[in-house]
Design a protein around this ligand. Structure first.
Ligand code: UDP
Ligand code: MG
Length: 321
């Protein structure tokens, strides 16, 4: 085991990527060696069922910086990233997809920007999404709009999970006890000084997408529930609305009864259904409020993050040497 910290950890989650793996390794190896610094390439094999792990094991024979971590089962992209965050030892950490959509050549630029601007986060931002379909662009825009609202911060638009973070950020993320982390929301939320580097996102180099529709929904739901209890509170509003409606219906039913044109039993049925329905929704809403509080408490997010304290060495977080 290496005892000194490498300068750079490159974390790559992989799920059934045997098609793209040879091209990936071929492009990555000279590139990382050429950076001229201590690095490790941490590949998190997210329970692949194909030859991904076998190929990696044989590649690591003449590539000591290649480190393979295998998860026992397919845990999802974000969970694989979490594993990478916990295991990486570098002073800087870059996360990148295996499919070469994010050009590895940009890694050097991310690192240079972090050092030059002395920032803790450098986002890779897609300067051009014309290669994506209209549907993908529209849903992505909606997603980012909504998430900006929820997180209450300007999120870098069109930033995926290609980014560089400093050790400070890695430690801060690892201390968050919450499950179902969505990195692209949690990292901006922490609020470390950041910069952006624009790049053109390429097509997948080989193989097919590992993001099934159900995994995309998972990400959307995780994003929504991680920063908002609005869905839980929906019942409260529905209850209030239902309550108002049923008052109207009950009054109407009574009026009809007074005119004597009502069928026997109809008024009492409408009354019972209306009030019980509204009461149930209101109680559900009330429960939702408590569950929301419990949920927020269980996330145990830090109340604040200290960016600078004059007692400490002001340059303590700079790894720029
Ligand atoms: N991935 C993963 N676990 C999964 C799904 C995907 O580790 O369950 C990895 C995948 O191998 C790739 C990255 O996450 O390195 C992004 O996936 P993909 O490129 O298929 O997503 P897309 O670009 O199509 O949104
Ligand atoms: Mg991809």
């Amino acid at each position: 085991m290496q005892t000194t910290r490498p300068v750079l950890s490159v974390v790559v989650p992989m799920y059934d990527e045997e098609d793209v793996l040879p091209i990936f390794l071929e492009r990555m190896h000279p590139l990382l060696d050429g950076l001229g610094l201590g690095y490790e390439l941490v590949v998190v094999d997210d329970g692949s069922r194909d030859r991904t792990a076998a190929l990696l094991t044989s590649a690591s024979a003449d590539w000591p910086e290649l480190r393979l971590v295998r998860l026992l089962r397919n845990s999802g992209h974000q969970a694989a990233l979490s594993a990478g965050f916990q295991l990486a030892r570098g002073e800087y950490l870059v996360t990148i997809d295996a499919d070469l959509q994010d050009p590895p050549e940009v890694i050097a630029e991310l690192l240079a920007t972090a050092r030059k601007d002395d920032v803790d986060v450098v986002y890779g931002v897609r300067s051009d999404r014309s290669s994506d379909s209209w549907a993908k662009r529209t849903t992505a825009r909606l997603y980012y709009r909504l998430m900006c609202r929820l997180v209450g911060r300007d999120l870098p638009f069109d930033a995926g999970d290609f980014r560089l973070v400093s050790r400070r950020v890695v430690d801060a993320v690892n201390q968050l006890p919450e499950d179902g982390r969505v990195f692209r929301l949690v990292i901006p939320w922490l609020g470390f000084p950041s910069a952006e580097v624009k790049y053109v996102r390429a097509e997948r180099a080989a193989g097919s997408t590992k993001y099934t529709v159900s995994k995309m929904f998972r990400l959307a739901f995780d994003s929504l529930t991680a920063f908002s209890a609005a869905p839980l509170r929906l019942a409260t509003w529905l209850g209030l609305l239902g309550g108002l409606l049923s008052v109207g219906v009950v009054l109407a039913a009574l009026a009809i009864k007074l005119t004597g044109r009502s069928i026997p039993g109809w008024t009492s049925t409408v009354l019972a259904v209306g009030t019980i329905g509204a009461l149930q929704l209101l109680c559900l809403g009330l429960l939702g409020e408590y569950v929301a509080r419990l949920f927020q408490a269980s996330q145990r997010r830090p109340q604040f993050m200290i960016g600078y304290d004059s007692l400490e060495d002001p340059g303590h977080h700079s790894y720029a040497e």
